[in-house]
Write a protein that binds this ligand. Structure first.
Ligand code: DC
Length: 221
């Protein structure tokens, strides 16, 4: 099996890039952030405070998460219901970052993530794919960009969808989430020693996709 791990902070372009590259290479793209988001949404729905480690760990027994692929696109199911859209709010983003610091949550999701790479070629994105989930991935990329560039991209995305977008607030949230994700004790966001660091601050989507594609093709030979 061939796996590509793409890690990096929120908004570096991981999912858009990984999706495009996976399509071109004909492999599946697994967005692991969706799993943490689904757990956060499950807690919110069941009125479990996401900062309460014991309560979150206990509620995991009542949470069933599945990923299904429809024409190559990932859908995440929470207790049988497709929540792929519902997990994309700012509230869920921040709550996902909080629950992702809980060891029981990470253990709960580990085998599920590894299972995908056992039976098929994958491009998987997240925070700890190269360091923890798939330490033997053939290609490891750490994708980054300045917090300002990432906040600007998110602002434009929301504006394009006709949704309210406050750049300063988005920037503040990005900095807070970076801090949470990279300072947690378990599986913090950091480049694997053997990863290739790619900074997309000055690259557009097409340039980033081309760069990543070349890196992967170079390793596949
Ligand atoms: O990639 P994303 O923004 O959808 O991820 C949501 C949160 O989930 C993120 O703030 C940190 C956490 N996460 C993680 O800890 N490990 C992963 N492999 C993927 C996401």
């Amino acid at each position: 099996m061939f796996s590509v791990a793409i890690d990096g902070p929120a908004g570096a372009g991981k999912s858009s890039i990984a999706k495009a590259v996976a399509k071109e290479l004909g492999v599946i793209y697994v967005d692991t952030g969706a799993l943490y988001r689904a757990i956060a949404l499950g807690c919110i729905k069941m009125n479990i405070p996401v900062e309460n480690e014991t309560a979150v760990s206990t509620v995991l027994e009542k949470i069933r998460i599945e990923l299904v692929f429809v024409e190559g696109t990932q859908h995440v199911l929470l207790n049988g219901k497709d929540v792929s859209e519902e997990i994309r709010t700012e509230k869920v983003s921040m709550s996902a970052s909080t629950v992702s610091g809980i060891p029981q949550v990470r253990a709960f999701l580990l085998e599920l993530q590894r299972g995908f790479a056992k039976t098929q070629n994958v491009i998987m994105d997240g925070r700890d794919i190269g360091t923890v989930v798939l330490p033997d991935a053939q290609v490891k990329i750490f994708l980054t960009a300045s917090a300002q560039a990432r906040a600007m991209r998110r602002t434009l995305q929301l504006e394009q969808k006709g949704e309210p977008a406050d750049y300063e607030k988005i920037l503040e949230d990005i900095i807070k989430r970076d801090h949470n994700d990279s300072t947690r004790e378990i599986a913090p966001l950091k480049p694997a020693e053997d990863s290739i660091i790619v900074d997309t601050t000055d690259l557009d989507l097409e340039q980033s996709v081309n760069k990543i594609k070349e890196l992967i093709k170079g390793r596949m030979k």
